[in-house]
Write a protein that binds this ligand. Structure first.
Ligand code: PLP
Length: 379
């Protein structure tokens, strides 16, 4: 009997990662600079296929968001708009800056920021005397947000957009890579993401000056002098050359990983097409191309007689990991005082949604076990 754990999303090495790591050891580039750092940045720039993109690799996606906010001029007492339906790492850097998050509901098509609620919120914050300093939009589980609509609102009020593409490397909207639409984009290479460096992130910029500033801030903000001279607060956020070596190996297999995650989404679409009351989270139109980092479903308990929690526990019984969708930030105790604009779309998603095992390294046997549990509980 095979009852080994099936993970939601686990690291999947390609094979050449150690080659790059060994090169770093052999040349003694064991520092937050070196050929792997430069190479990984180049690889990402090429992958994003946008000639004006400049990428700075960092210690984490969270660090990239923090630097993006700083470069948008966010300061103590400011307000920053943020999608509510997301992981806490999207919102925490707002607090690092001493600013207040203003949370926005989702819309039903992409589960991402609702452009209507966004405009409402901006108008209301301005009428209360404070224009938000930035907008953080997220591409949840790899699904591109409604970027045309969101960018139109942002442009109307002249507020910079920061795209949290931590989950969306390999996703596109109207053929253009997620992470390249905003003033800044951020990526994550955390252990559970579509590719991983064990831990790491990147800031996507649109000119050399912004990238240079990010590198400067991420390496303790040293002024140009032979001694240690500082006229800014710095951070220790740069990616090491060892970690970047893992990233270079992972870039060689990124397209395969996207294909495999999308196959997992097809697998679930196929299973649930015959189960009335379960909806698989899918692209709303051809403009959207999701990497399907995580496959997710909405369970209508009234129709199926099964709650998403029933399903989660049935999986757990067979050592299969699944997880409720992100609990919206405006429902989190730590952000209880933050303003919120919208209705109950995100709350309903959280109530009825479940993320399913989505790894690119799942076997046919794993899929058989997953299918068996689903058939049993919905029969
Ligand atoms: C993973 C993630 C982050 C944070 O990235 P780290 O590299 O873990 O710091 C930010 N936002 C979202 C939506 C994420 O999923």
């Amino acid at each position: 009997m095979n009852n080994s754990k099936i993970w939601l999303s686990s690291p999947h090495m390609g094979g050449n990662e150690l080659k790059y790591v060994h090169e770093a050891f052999d040349a003694n580039w064991v520092a937050p600079l070196g050929p792997n750092v430069d190479g990984f940045e180049k690889d990402l720039e090429n992958f994003l296929k946008n000639t004006d993109v400049k990428v700075a690799v960092l210690s984490a996606g969270t660090a990239a968001l923090h630097l993006a906010l700083i470069q948008c001029g966010v300061q103590y007492g400011d307000e920053v708009i943020c999608q509510s339906m997301t992981f806490s790492a999207s919102a925490n850097p707002i607090a690092y800056c001493g600013a207040t998050p203003v949370f926005i509901d989702s819309e039903k098509d992409t589960w991402n920021m609702c452009p209507v609620a966004l405009e409402e919120a901006i108008q209301d914050r301005i009428s209360k005397g404070k224009k938000p300093k930035a907008i953080i939009v997220v591409h949840l589980y790899g699904m591109p947000a409604k970027m045309d609509e969101i960018l139109a609102v942002a442009e109307k009020f002249e507020i910079p957009v920061i795209e949290d593409a931590a989950e969306a490397l390999g996703s596109t909207y109207k053929g253009k890579a997620c992470g390249t639409f905003g003033r800044f984009g951020i990526l994550s290479f955390n252990g559970n993401k579509i590719i991983t460096t064990s831990g790491g992130g990147a800031l996507v910029c649109h000119n050399q000056e912004d990238k240079d500033k990010a590198v400067f801030l991420s390496t303790q903000a040293r002024d140009n002098a032979p001694h240690y001279q500082h006229s800014h607060i710095g951070y220790n956020y740069r990616m090491s050359n060892i970690v970047a070596g893992i990233g270079r190996g992972q870039m060689e297999v990124l397209n395969d990983r996207v294909a495999a995650r999308r196959k997992m989404h097809d697998f679930y679409t196929d299973i649930f097409k015959n189960i009335d009351g379960v909806e698989v989270f899918s692209e709303p139109a051809n403009d959207y191309f999701s990497n399907h980092w995580l496959s997710a479903i909405l369970v209508d308990a009234a129709k199926t007689g099964i709650t998403r929690e029933d399903l989660r526990l049935a999986f757990l019984e067979d050592n299969i990991e699944s997880r409720p969708l992100w609990k919206p930030m405006h429902m989190q105790p730590v952000f209880a005082d933050a303003p919120y604009y919208g209705v109950n779309i995100a709350e309903n998603l959280f109530e009825n949604g479940l993320c399913l095992p989505s790894g690119s390294n799942l076997s046919d046997n794993d899929r058989e076990r997953i299918n068996k549990i689903i058939q049993q509980i919905f029969s």
